[in-house]
Each structure stands twice: as structure tokens, then as C-alpha cells.
Design a protein around this ligand. Structure first.
Ligand code: CMP
Length: 137
């Protein structure tokens, strides 16, 4: 069993598609092991996305991620990291496969509905960033 971190981003929360997105995870064998709705501070977002700090899109990414509340979750299941990434689809929704979350709910590479950890090592770091050990069941 693996765990991975998922964020439903401000665009998808504003569109009220939170339930539809969580349904994709649950019907595909990913269990919600922890969940909270929160407003990221600028500091939270900058720290969470610090690997991208040299990228040209960093400041727009931070502004977008603090533009409204997000849903942060730990998803658990077999091959959870890869399965979550398959369900999300490509970062750019225009390149995302039909039937993926980003193809169905995202508008642009920035407002792309969801974030998911890219590997098991980062999943552990990202989960610890948001959740205490005793908050994941
Ligand atoms: P995410 O999986 O959350 O990780 C980093 C985010 O940066 C990515 O999704 C995109 O939403 C965002 N981003 C914005 N512009 C770009 C870009 N040009 N290339 C890649 N990611 C981008």
C-alpha cells in the first residue's frame, strides 16, 4: 500500500467539482486517508512549491494557489502515486487523455484542477508538510 498527496486546486474548488474529483479517486481504488479544506498562505505555497522557485511561472503559480481555498488529501491504495497521476492526466489539460481529471475539469496549465505527488519520496515529504502522523487514518 502506498500513500500520496493530492490537492484539489482553487479553480476546481470554485467550480464545485470537489465531489466529482474525489469520486474518481474512490471508484479507482484510492481511499481518502486524510482530508482538509484550507487557505494556503503565501509562505505555505512558496515552501510547498520551492522546487519550482527558479521557474518563470513560480510567482504566477503561487498567486494562483493562494487565490482561494484548496482541499488537501492523503490518498492510499496500491501504486497510489502512479495511479493518482494516471487519473489526473498531463499537467497541461490540452495534452491530458480523455477521461482524466484534468481533461474533464481543468482550464489551463496553471488552473489545472489537481496536484499529485510525482514520486513516493516526494509523497512522504508532501504528506508530512500538511498532516501530522496521527491525522492520517
Ligand atoms: P503541479 O502538479 O501542481 O506542479 C507545479 C505546477 O506548476 C503545475 O502543476 C502547474 O499547474 C504549474 N505550472 C504553471 N505554469 C507551468 C508551466 N509552464 N509548466 C509546468 N507547470 C506549470
Amino acid at each position: 500500500m502506498e500513500q500520496t498527496l493530492s490537492i484539489i486546486k482553487p479553480d476546481a474548488v470554485k467550480k464545485s467539482v470537489v465531489g466529482k474529483i474525489i469520486d474518481r479517486f474512490e471508484t479507482n481504488g484510492l481511499r481518502v486517508a486524510a482530508i482538509k479544506k484550507m487557505q494556503l498562505s503565501k509562505k505555505d505555497a512558496e515552501q510547498f512549491y520551492s522546487v519550482h522557485k527558479e521557474r518563470s511561472f513560480f510567482s504566477d503559480l503561487i498567486q494562483f494557489m493562494i487565490s482561494g481555498p484548496v482541499i488537501v488529501m492523503v490518498l492510499e491504495g496500491e501504486n497510489a502515486v502512479l495511479k493518482n497521476r494516471e487519473l489526473m492526466g498531463s499537467t497541461n489539460p490540452k495534452e491530458a487523455k480523455k477521461g482524466t481529471i484534468r481533461a474533464d475539469f481543468a482550464d489551463s496549465v496553471e488552473a489545472n484542477a489537481v496536484h499529485g505527488s510525482d514520486c513516493l519520496e516526494n509523497a512522504k515529504i508532501e504528506i508530512e508538510f500538511f498532516f501530522a502522523k496521527n491525522a492520517v487514518y
